[in-house]
Design a binder for this molecule. Structure first.
Ligand code: SF4
Length: 382
């Protein structure tokens, strides 16, 4: 029998509100509200007719992207973060939930309204070489983007605009790059060209899916700084990454995704210095940081992410969580508000577990029960 849930005013079974932006009151330019995306399974694992199996790529995810701000979506490979970026970009449909652009639901899947959406919401992919036709020069790629998105595109406009775009991404002198083919540029230079191509649409939002993961370490910072510069013009940026350290450096808000669910979200510094969810603690303790000393609430890695075809009941992190309790195995945790726009989906924050109700400014990490082990069965009956 699942444990009775102790009611608490900070607990909500509703979807979490999109990430709050403390103090500014700014509305998100792009939001996912309770977005679910399931993919049908094909082949021998598809299941019987009427009981078709699906991949639970995203369940009930809400996130907001604000003008002039960077929101990081962090998680390991296969957590659903790239799928969520593609749903926001309009490349994938939704199984449930809503996407709002400037507060209005996005429903178009073709035609002029859809083109307007994909113009305003630009996606930058991880592998720049895979996103360019190798047979075409940089100038052709950029001119094509300008032609699609600018009503005025005579020869003079095209020349001026493509040079401007390359200047915006600091590829100077522009003339030196326009006649190059993609393979003649370094990964960093080509990723800058893909950012320039996205800027041709004058987007309100850029969704950058692991934009520096394929680049040499030495040039990652330059590309990240360039993306940060773009937010000065009011563009909202979603930074999708598995690298929690760069998210801290770069983002004002962080949302953490695990096995298709957003499990924690809040102001970046608060999420990193006071991580609430055990999975966030695991991510942070796994990130290389020679200056960090081990913390008493550090979590050891104890397994692999689950199958998204048949995800575990209850909390999806429970097979891996050293702090697992009986309720975690049966009931999906609701949202526990921790204050200041920080929330977590973890039963440790139930009011009878020392979570919600703490004074502001104290650690949000609740007291951890001893890990459940064969020698310590009592710990599993908290
Ligand atoms: Fe999930 Fe329970 Fe671990 Fe929290 S304590 S992460 S709810 S398994």
């Amino acid at each position: 029998m699942p444990e009775a849930v102790v009611p608490d005013q900070r607990v909500s079974n509703q979807l979490p509100a999109p990430i709050a932006e403390p103090g500014s009151g700014a509305a998100p330019v792009l939001e996912a509200v309770g977005v679910t995306k399931h993919f049908p399974v094909h082949g021998k694992d598809a299941g019987r007719l009427g009981h078709r199996r699906v991949v639970h790529a995203i369940d009930d995810a809400s996130i907001g992207i604000y003008p002039g701000k960077v929101t990081a979506l962090v998680g390991e490979s296969g957590s659903g973060k790239s799928t969520l970026a593609r749903v926001l970009a309009g490349l994938y449909g939704r199984t449930a939930g809503q996407v709002l652009l400037h507060g209005r639901p996005v429903t178009a899947t073709r035609g002029r309204a859809f083109r307007r959406h994909v113009g305003e919401v630009q996606l930058i992919l991880q592998d720049p070489y895979g996103s360019f036709n190798p047979m075409l020069r940089v100038s052709t790629h950029l001119r094509r983007a300008v032609r699609i998105h600018d009503a005025e595109h005579g020869p003079d406009v095209l020349r001026t605009r493509t040079a401007e775009l390359l200047e915006q991404v600091h590829l100077l002198p522009a003339g030196q790059f326009l006649d190059k083919f993609p393979h003649e540029l370094s990964g960093g230079q080509l990723q800058r060209v893909s950012i320039a191509r996205a800027l041709a649409a004058r987007p309100s939002v850029i969704l950058a899916d692991e934009p520096v993961s394929n680049l040499d370490v030495s040039i990652r910072l330059g590309v990240l700084n360039l993306l940060a510069e773009l937010t000065d013009t009011g563009v909202g940026l979603l930074y999708v990454t598995h690298d929690v350290a760069s998210a801290r450096y770069f983002a004002s808000e962080i949302a953490v995704m695990y096995a298709g669910r957003i499990v924690e979200s809040g102001p970046a510094e608060h999420v990193i210095t006071e991580p609430a969810h055990p999975y966030t603690r695991l991510l942070i303790s796994s990130a290389p940081d020679p200056a960090r000393r081990s913390r008493p609430d550090e979590i050891a890695d104890t397994g692999q992410p689950p199958s998204l075809i048949s995800p575990p009941a209850g909390c999806r992190f429970h097979p891996r969580c050293p702090l697992v309790m009986p309720v975690c195995r049966t009931d999906a945790p609701p949202v526990f508000e921790l204050g200041g726009g920080h929330w977590s989906r973890c039963w440790l924050f139930r009011s009878d577990h020392g979570g919600p109700g703490q004074a502001a400014g104290t650690s949000t990490a609740p007291s951890a029960p001893a890990p459940s082990t064969p020698d310590n069965p009592a710990a599993d009956s908290v």
